[in-house]
Design a protein around this ligand. Structure first.
Ligand code: ZN
Length: 465
C-alpha cells in the first residue's frame, strides 16, 4: 500500500447500527447479527464516526489519498468500493471479499442528451460491474460482513441481479450460497450466472410469502447470513458509488443525479453517500436526487405525489423492466429521506418511454437493461416540465448491463415487444410497444451490390441520422 500518512478509518470499532425510526432510534453494535431493529422492526442504518463529528482527516488529505490509490495494485485499492474504505464500517484488517467492483465509467452521451433536450448528459454505468449490475458494489461489503460474522452460508430470495451477484461473491469467499425462489419464478438470464457461480438454486413449493417465512426461520441459525435487500452493509458498499462519481468529476457536484427506482436501496445508498461526503466537507452541497419508476410499479411515485406519509404497495406490479418490478419497496423511507433532503423528485414513465429511451442510449454506444433506461425517459420528462434546465449538469445512473435482458432488445428492434402480462382487457396488438427506434436485421444476397444497397437502406431508415 502507498499510504504515507495514516488516516483514521471512520469505522474501526466506532460504527454502530442505528434504527431509522425517529420514535425509536435504538443503537446496536456493528457486529450484532441483525436485519431489522429488534425493538420496533424498523430499518437499520450503519452510523459512522463521522456522524459523531470525529475527524477522519481533512478533505484534501482524503482526496489525495484516494487519488494515490488509483496508481496502486493492492486489491483493496483496485476496488472502486474499498478504495474509499475510510467511509466504510469495517476495521482496517477486514477480510475483504472483492472482484475489483466499482471503477465504472462515466460516459458522455450526446445522442441521449439531444433526445432529452439537454446540452449534455453523463451516464454513470453501474452495469459495468463484474456481474453486470450495481449490486456488486453492495455485495462486496455484505459478503465481507458475512465472513466477519463467521457465517458458512449466505442466503437470498431472488433470481435476479441480487442472486447473480451474491453467488459470485460467495464463490470468491468460499461460502455456500443458497438462492431461494418460489417454483416457476426463475428469471433465465440471471439464473445462468447463479448456476455458473456454483450457488444452490432451490425452488420452493409455495408462494413468495412462504419463501419469506422460511427465510426468517433460517435466519435463526448462527451459520446462516441473510443478504436480503434491507441488509444495511449492502447500502454501505453501494454508497461509495457517490464518492467514486464525485472523484471522477474532480469533486464538481452535478446539479441532478437521476436513478431508477425499484426496491429503492440504490436511491437510499446514493442519498447516504452524498450526505456523508457533505458532512466530511468533501462537497459543499448535495446534488438533487431524483428517482424514476416504471408506471406499472410506481408506489413510491404515487406516495411522492400524494399528501400521504405512508406507502401503499402496488398489488400486482407490471413492467417489462423486471429489475424494478417491485410493488412493496422495502427501503422507501430511506429513499424518501434522500429525495426530500436533496430537493429532488420522483416520477414514473411508461413502458413505451422506457423502450425508446433504451434504444436511444444504445445509439450512444452504451447498452443497458430496461430498468436503467427509466432515467433517460424521466430526464426527458423533467426537462420538458422545466424541472431540469437544458444547461444543467445531469448524471443518469445506469444500473444493469444490456446482456442481462437480450430478449427485450431483440423484440423491440423487430416490433415484437409486448407489454403487461396481466392485461386481459387488451388485445395483443394493443399491448405491442412501437419499435420507434427499431433496428431490425435484414436479409441480403451475398453480393457487393446487395450489401451496399442494404447499407443505404439502413442509413435512410435510422431516425435522427
Ligand atoms: Zn427501532
Amino acid at each position: 500500500m502507498i499510504e504515507t500518512e495514516k488516516l483514521q478509518p471512520i469505522a474501526a470499532g466506532a460504527a454502530s447500527q442505528l434504527c431509522i425510526e425517529p420514535a425509536c432510534g435504538s443503537r446496536f453494535g456493528v457486529n450484532e447479527r441483525l436485519y431489522v431493529c429488534p425493538r420496533c422492526g424498523g430499518l437499520l442504518d450503519v452510523a459512522l464516526k463521522v456522524q459523531a463529528g470525529q475527524d477522519v482527516g481533512r478533505p484534501e488529505q482524503l482526496r489525495a489519498l484516494w487519488t494515490r490509490r488509483l496508481a496502486s495494485f493492492d486489491a483493496r485499492d483496485r476496488s472502486g468500493v474499498w478504495r474509499y474504505r475510510e467511509l466504510l464500517p469495517f476495521p482496517d484488517d477486514a477480510p475483504v471479499v472483492t472482484l475489483a467492483e466499482g471503477n465504472t465509467p462515466v460516459y458522455d452521451a450526446p445522442v441521449s442528451a439531444t433526445y432529452c433536450g439537454l446540452d449534455a448528459l453523463k451516464l454513470k454505468h453501474q452495469g459495468c460491474n463484474p456481474t453486470g449490475s450495481f449490486k456488486d458494489t453492495g455485495m462486496t461489503a455484505a459478503v465481507t460482513q458475512a465472513v466477519i460474522l463467521g457465517a458458512r452460508t449466505v442466503v437470498c430470495a431472488s433470481t435476479g441481479n441480487t442472486a447473480a451477484s451474491l453467488a459470485a461473491y460467495a464463490a470468491r469467499a468460499h461460502l455456500q450460497c443458497a438462492i431461494l425462489v418460489p417454483r416457476g419464478q426463475i428469471s433465465h438470464n440471471k439464473l445462468a450466472q447463479s448456476l455458473d457461480y456454483g450457488a444452490a438454486v432451490l425452488e420452493l413449493d409455495g408462494n413468495f410469502d412462504d419463501a419469506m417465512r422460511v427465510i426468517r426461520e433460517l435466519a435463526e441459525d448462527e451459520s446462516i447470513y441473510l443478504v436480503n435487500s434491507i441488509n444495511p452493509f449492502r447500502i454501505e458498499g453501494q454508497k461509495t458509488v457517490a464518492a467514486e462519481l464525485l472523484h471522477q468529476r474532480g469533486w464538481r457536484v452535478p446539479d441532478h443525479v437521476v436513478v431508477p427506482g425499484g426496491n429503492l436501496g440504490n436511491s437510499s445508498a446514493f442519498g447516504k453517500g452524498f450526505r456523508e461526503l457533505k458532512e466530511l466537507g468533501l462537497i459543499e452541497r448535495l446534488p438533487r436526487l431524483s428517482v424514476i419508476q416504471a408506471e406499472g410499479a410506481s408506489p413510491f411515485a404515487h406516495l411522492f405525489a400524494s399528501d400521504s406519509d405512508d406507502l401503499v404497495p402496488t398489488e400486482h406490479p407490471q413492467t417489462l423492466a423486471t429489475a424494478i418490478k417491485i410493488g412493496a419497496p422495502v427501503s422507501w423511507k430511506k429513499a424518501l429521506r434522500a429525495v426530500v433532503e436533496s430537493t429532488g423528485t420522483v416520477l414514473s414513465v411508461t413502458e413505451q418511454e422506457i423502450a425508446d429511451a433504451k434504444a436511444i442510449i444504445g445509439r450512444d454506444g452504451v447498452g443497458c437493461e430496461p430498468a436503467s433506461a427509466t432515467t433517460v425517459a424521466g430526464i426527458k420528462r423533467l426537462v420538458a416540465d422545466g424541472i431540469i434546465g437544458p444547461d444543467e449538469d445531469v448524471v443518469a445512473v445506469l444500473t444493469g448491463h444490456i446482456l442481462k435482458d437480450t430478449d427485450y432488445a431483440i423484440n423491440y428492434h423487430q416490433d415484437k415487444l409486448y407489454t403487461h402480462d396481466r392485461a386481459p382487457d387488451k388485445t395483443k396488438e394493443e399491448r405491442r410497444l412501437a419499435g420507434t427506434y427499431g433496428n431490425p436485421p435484414a436479409r441480403v444476397k451475398a453480393t457487393k451490390e446487395a450489401i451496399l444497397e442494404g447499407l443505404r437502406r439502413h442509413e435512410q431508415g435510422h431516425p435522427g441520422d
